[in-house]
Write a protein that binds this ligand. Structure first.
Ligand code: ATP
Length: 204
């Protein structure tokens, strides 16, 4: 099997230290679990190249994470907004499409599936609707690796189940951090973090 992610690294943030050693294969669906503050988001930041390790290495497709990989790897944060507040969702999409390649038809298909009104501005949508709009983009990105932070936070059970199925069926690797037990059946591998350490890795 092709390894797409290799990490053996230490990252220090103030008095917190994350120490991770992990390989991820092509098309694997990896569920990062752990209590609040255990280092899940920090791990995703390292994989996306937002943070650099203090020691060790991170390889994505055999190379250090870098901006030039951004067509192949997409990170969807829990909190950060990706939409401009003064534009409708439709105009936001046009702008986003000018920056990066997506399966455009699939974006609109998913937005329709989730009943997201395109004429509304981001602040006129609920937090769940904004999340579903971001996920519609992520799952239409054609990225070889998706990094999803809390993909089902703010979503109802029905939509969470749809997202779970979309992760399972995604034609690529998905690494997702979540507290949502509903996603337990979604992965091939579970990685348990505790206070910055990999407590255990379970093949599912
Ligand atoms: N910029 C920073 N400076 C210092 N400490 C930081 C910084 N960013 C995060 N931390 C610390 O790193 C630790 C891990 O944070 P992280 O956000 O990775 O946890 P998490 O597992 O994603 O938590 P949650 O489940 O609450 O989202 C926390 O103790 C946090 O306080």
């Amino acid at each position: 099997m092709n390894k797409v992610i290799e990490i053996n690294a230490i990252k220090t943030l103030g008095n917190f230290q994350l120490k991770v050693s992990l390989d991820v294969n092509e098309n694997e669906k990896v569920f990062i679990k752990g209590p609040n503050g255990s280092g899940k988001t920090t791990l995703l930041y390292l994989l996306y190249g937002i943070l650099r390790p203090n020691m060790g290495y991170i390889k994505i497709f055999g190379e250090e994470p870098s901006v030039k990989m951004r067509q192949d790897i997409l990170y969807m944060s829990e909190e950060h907004l990706i939409f401009l507040e003064n534009l409708s969702l439709n105009d936001n999409l046009k702008f986003i499409f000018s920056l990066r390649r997506f399966d455009y038809d699939n974006v609109y298909k998913l937005l329709n599936l989730f009943n997201i009104p395109l004429d509304k501005k981001p602040y006129q949508l609920s937090s769940g609707q904004r999340k579903l709009a971001k996920l519609s983009l992520a799952f239409s990105s054609m990225a070889k690796i998706l990094l999803l932070d809390e993909p089902t936070a703010n979503l109802d059970v029905e939509n969470s189940k749809i997202i779970s199925e979309m992760i399972k069926k995604y034609n690529g690797t998905v690494v997702f951090a979540s507290h949502d037990e509903l996603l337990n059946s979604t992965c091939n591998k579970m990685v348990y973090l505790r206070v910055g350490n990999v407590e255990r890795v379970i093949e599912c």
